[in-house]
Ligand binder design. Structure first.
Ligand code: PHE
Length: 434
């Protein structure tokens, strides 16, 4: 480990903002409504809240601790903290693989946000009715090269920021722009809630029907909370390794979890009332956010401006997430294989591009990029969120809870007993209750 040369975050706020930057992104605004819509709305929300707060926060702390103690990338971290010949470093490799696979399909949607930023700037949504806006989504995602170009542009942007290093690249981006995104979302919320028929959407999102909680809902909520909080795959071990001082990581983790949850709930409060009001199915899937949001803007005074600002900030929120994903790969390549930062970023981005383009093209109607009924995109999404992250998270809490000591009492008990049991029960229940 080249300890002396490693960068660190400038302050506690630096860690919080970088972690929030990683956590806030498409997971909150695109994937959360998608999952909630497909899994019964309020029933999903309740399970999600319990898991995010009770398992998510302690797991986040666990990753920070592992990162700070080892001052290393996920692979090096387990090698440094576990006994010499143990299998724990494999857990680090699982995390790096997971970062790579997430980045591949995440940049598909990241590319769409870039495309939609262009559409917003060109005023493509103004005066359009629902069928026209739905057609725009279908045409864009079906286009033979445009979404691929957008995806590659997004990856290039990510690589450029990551090449410049942790402090300059990552810390600075997150500080002012995330609060601004929150402001726009509150404005959107108000608009959405005043649409006619909004009440039905609110009931869908907030009035739980407990009979709808199935194994599928449990695992989806578990996967979504891990995905949204960027946990279970080493991104926060990597960020934790840049902590320089003995700051209180529990309060940082609680703060980020609350902020992330708030943004996801806000996204639900924007999307479901509006979707019900316009007659968009909550189970619409990938198109849900990309049709509902333009419809809301289209009905607002100043809609052009808000739409442009929203997609600009969404691109930035997404970028701070892709940065944290690529950073896992880059930290590992620079420290384990001693490649330069620039080379590592290029290798990471190029590797991602190969799989990522397949994920993007798998959205085209009639595309052969399917396995059974799932697209390559869905396969990557399910493999990471429903399998790799829960398993990674389970092993991380087991490692910290049983192999290391010196944690605070309450959080230690959760990490040692509650979190592993809860994750294991949910994971096994969904395997059995198909
Ligand atoms: N948490 C990010 C989001 O919600 C996605 C992500 C997952 C980022 C895993 C890093 C690691 O958009």
């Amino acid at each position: 480990m080249s300890d002396k040369k490693r960068e660190t975050f400038g302050s506690k706020l630096g860690l919080i903002m970088a972690t929030a930057g990683s956590a806030l992104g498409l997971g909150n605004i695109y994937r959360f409504p998608c999952e909630a819509g497909a899994n019964g709305g309020a029933a999903f929300l309740i399970v999600y809240l319990v898991i995010a707060l009770l398992i998510g926060t302690p797991l986040m702390v666990a990753e920070f601790v592992i990162g700070r103690r080892s001052k290393s990338n996920p692979v090096g971290a387990f090698r440094c903290l576990a006994s010499a010949k143990s299998a724990w470093p494999l857990l680090g490799y699982l995390g790096v693989l997971c970062a790579f696979l997430i980045l591949a399909f995440y940049t598909t949607v990241a590319g769409w946000t870039l495309g939609y930023l262009g559409k917003a700037a060109a005023g493509h949504f103004s005066g359009q009715d629902l069928p026209a806006i739905q057609r725009q989504f279908a045409d864009f995602t079906n286009h033979p090269w445009l979404p691929v170009v957008c995806q590659l542009a997004f990856l290039a942007l990510t690589a450029v920021v990551v090449m410049r290093g942790v402090k300059d690249g990552i810390e600075r981006w997150s500080k002012i722009l995330m609060p601004l995104l929150l402001v726009i979302m509150v404005v959107l919320c108000v608009k959405s809630l005043t649409l006619s028929g909004a009440g039905e959407g609110l009931a869908f999102f907030f009035k739980p029907d407990f009979s709808k909680i199935t194994g599928r809902v449990l695992i989806s909520a578990l996967g979504q909370s891990f995905f949204s909080l960027s946990i279970g795959m080493g991104a926060l071990i990597t960020y934790g390794s840049y902590i320089s001082r003995k700051d209180n990581m529990v309060s940082s983790a609680v703060g980020v979890t609350l902020a992330d949850t708030l943004v996801a709930v806000l996204a639900g409060v924007i999307i479901f009332p509006a979707a019900f009001s316009f007659g968009i199915q909550p189970e619409a899937g990938a198109s849900l956010a990309f049709t509902t949001l333009p419809m809301v803007f289209q009905q607002m005074t100043g809609g052009y401006f808000f739409c442009l600002m929203f997609f600009l900030l969404l691109v930035i929120a997404t970028l701070t997430s892709t940065i944290s994903l690529l950073e896992v790969i880059v930290a590992t390549l620079t420290e384990e294989l001693h490649l330069s930062r620039a080379k590592s970023a290029l290798v990471g981005a190029a590797g991602t591009a190969v799989i990522g383009v397949l994920a993007t093209l798998s959205f085209r109607t009639g595309s052969p990029l399917h396995l059974g009924s799932s697209t390559v995109f869905d396969l990557l999404d399910h493999a990471t969120a429903l399998y790799m992250m829960p398993i990674g998270g389970l092993l991380i809490v087991l490692f910290l809870g049983w192999k290391m000591n010196g944690l605070r009492k309450a959080i230690y008990l959760i990490i040692r007993y509650l979190a592993p049991v809860a994750i294991a029960v949910i994971f096994v229940s969904q395997l059995l209750m198909r």
